[in-house]
Design a binder for this molecule. Structure first.
Ligand SMILES: NC(=O)c1ccc[n+]([C@@H]2O[C@H](COP(=O)([O-])OP(=O)(O)OC[C@H]3O[C@@H](n4cnc5c(N)ncnc54)[C@H](OP(=O)(O)O)[C@@H]3O)[C@@H](O)[C@H]2O)c1
Length: 402
């Protein structure tokens, strides 16, 4: 960033040079000297009036200006991006207080660290230091963040509805968001949350949601993390459908089950997967699912057998995978009828396993990759919490004040 001195005293012209202050403003670094004469700052200032044109550098809408390695790719694909917190003209800087690491990534980090919070902390700091963003190297996924708008780039002023001080949650992945962590205060082991002192930059194309005034911020953060799932379920599920939800006891699974139950109407059926009897009882108590399959999520044939038994000998119309573990592609595909839909919201899904696995069993199904974004997803998701007292209570118990 340049500071340009407008020279009033023409006698000084031979000594004209451009100077650049270091970011701390402590050291003066001549970057272009026409003469060998070196002036002290104080000498110079006595002859000059300073026009402080702190012009921000222009950024690319999608954030390609921050890509370090490899060149030419978008920030999500990049291995490393710049997390220098000097703002580009079309970015928004956020003072971050919480990260919501996506469940597939957090599960992997916990497994690798044997659930040791100090090791998880160290790993997160290492990843962000190395990549400039919180992108799990194994799952490739990120999560989202919550914080306060700290500064808005010149080019966005008047164009964004945000103002400095607004509380927001970003709805773009941490796997592409420039992030600088100063300190990690807490690892919230059971809810995938990491409380931090950090800064992040949101690109011009980056979507966000202002935190709603009618609910606790932790509640909104938890729900917005999986906003794509219930909103997509709302679009896919039709009256009379039979819907199978893998991970129905989890965050996105519960929201999808609630939404599916609403959409299938009196002639449809929602079936949830639970890993054991205790989780099945929990699911029945919640009441969003008509029936429950008890099986390990990787056991595709056991799941198919139970689905056929529950669903009058028929495969289901739609399955929704909200699991946080890998190798469950076939458990999602096998129980779906030909021409049915398989919606993979899970970030632990392998495209190769799903495509070749479906081919291998001769299943002609439509497979949908869980785009984290679908139109109005934040509104649909927050509305669910307002609509359903049960859902809100469950979420509050788990995600607020923990
Ligand atoms: N597409 C996107 O943009 C996007 C955005 C955010 C998150 N995600 C992904 O969505 C997925 C779900 O996230 P979430 O936050 O809803 O996760 P979550 O709350 O942690 O739920 C995970 C679910 O998987 C179940 N599960 C795990 N292992 C199982 C097993 N062996 N057998 C049966 N069930 C098992 C859990 O059962 P228990 O309750 O018994 O543990 C739980 O119901 C994750 O993969 C996450 O990364 C995707």
């Amino acid at each position: 960033m340049g500071l340009f001195f407008h020279i009033k005293n023409s006698l000084l012209l031979p000594f004209f040079f451009l100077v650049e202050f270091s970011h701390s403003f402590g050291i003066m670094t001549p970057i272009f000297l026409k003469t060998k004469v070196f002036l002290h700052v104080s000498d110079l200032l006595s002859h000059l009036t300073i026009d402080t044109v702190l012009d921000m550098e222009k950024g690319n809408k999608y954030g390609t200006h921050r890509v370090i390695e490899p060149k030419g790719v978008l920030p999500q694909t990049a291995y490393k991006i710049s997390n220098d917190m000097e703002l580009f003209d079309n970015e928004i800087r956020i003072a971050v207080d919480s990260l919501n690491i996506d469940s597939a990534s957090f599960t992997q980090l916990k497994d690798e660290a044997n659930k040791n919070p100090e090791k998880i902390k160290k790993k997160i700091l290492e990843i962000v230091e190395e990549r400039g963003k919180m992108q799990n190297p194994v799952t490739g996924s990120g999560g989202m963040l919550m914080g306060t708008v700290e500064k808005i780039g010149d080019a966005l002023i008047g164009k964004t509805d945000l103002k400095v001080g607004d509380r927001i949650a970003t709805l773009v992945s941490l796997s592409l968001t420039p992030l600088k962590i100063e300190a990690i205060h807490a690892i919230k082991m059971d809810i995938d949350r990491v409380d931090v002192k950090a800064q992040a930059s949101l690109f011009e194309s980056g979507i966000y949601s202002k935190l709603p005034p009618d609910m606790d911020e932790a509640l909104a953060l938890a729900a917005l993390d999986v906003a794509g799932a219930p909103a997509q379920a709302a679009k896919l599920v039709k009256p009379g459908d039979s819907v199978f939800i893998l991970g129905a006891t989890g965050k996105s699974g519960m929201m999808c089950a609630y939404e599916a139950r609403k959409r299938v109407g009196p002639t449809g059926k929602v079936i949830g997967l639970a890993r054991n009897k205790a989780r099945a009882d929990y699911l029945k108590e919640i009441g969003f699912c008509h029936d429950v399959v008890i099986a390990d999520a990787k056991d595709a044939t056991a799941i198919l057998d139970q689905i056929l038994e529950i669903n009058d000998g028929k495969e289901v119309d739609i399955s929704i995978n909200c699991l946080n573990i890998p190798e469950c592609e076939m458990s999602s595909i096998l129980p779906v009828r030909d021409d049915g839909i398989v919606y993979f919201f899970s970030m632990a899904t392998s495209f190769t396993r799903a495509a070749l696995g479906a081919e291998g069993i001769g299943k002609d199904v439509l497979m949908i990759i869980g785009n984290g974004y679908t139109k109005d997803h934040a509104e649909i998701t927050l509305e669910e919490l307002r609509e359903s007292k049960i859902l809100r209570k469950l979420f509050e118990e788990k995600y607020v004040n923990t």
